[in-house]
Design a protein around this ligand. Structure first.
Ligand SMILES: [Zn+2]
Length: 127
């Protein structure tokens, strides 16, 4: 399996610079999650009024949301670690279900994706 994946990379389906690009995306996201700092979240959004009374009143709700986000984060961190493992094994970007290359657009949006869109959709509709 690994040999086939490596052959696909060598065949130019995913070239080396793209490979590094996705790895950087994964590492950046991993860094962001493990430090708890979102690069996007730390930048104040322009044009938004500060001290919105609705925000202050919703303090408890936002703590709950934070907790839920943390759970999502740890799941995501695991998925990213898995993806980095697949890098080392030469299986990154290959669908674990059907063995076809995962589309670049999908990897760009979800670099830790394990399945191609077709297989993911099939799984989602089954569960
Ligand atoms: Zn697939």
């Amino acid at each position: 399996m690994a040999d086939i994946a490596i052959f696909r990379y060598m065949a130019g389906i995913v070239d080396k610079s793209e490979f590094l690009h996705y790895k950087n995306l994964l590492l950046a996201k991993q860094q962001e999650l493990s430090t708890g700092k979102s690069l996007l979240g730390s930048i104040p959004r322009a044009g938004e009024p500060h001290g919105d009374p609705v925000d202050l009143a919703a303090g408890e709700t936002s703590a709950t949301v934070q907790m839920r986000l943390k759970q999502t984060d740890s799941k995501l961190l695991r998925a990213i670690e898995d993806a980095l493992t697949r890098f080392r094994q030469g299986r990154f970007g290959i669908c674990e279900e059907c063995g076809q290359p995962i589309s670049k657009a999908r990897l760009e949006a979800v670099p830790w994706a394990r399945y191609c869109r077709d297989c993911k959709e099939r799984q989602d509709s089954q569960s």
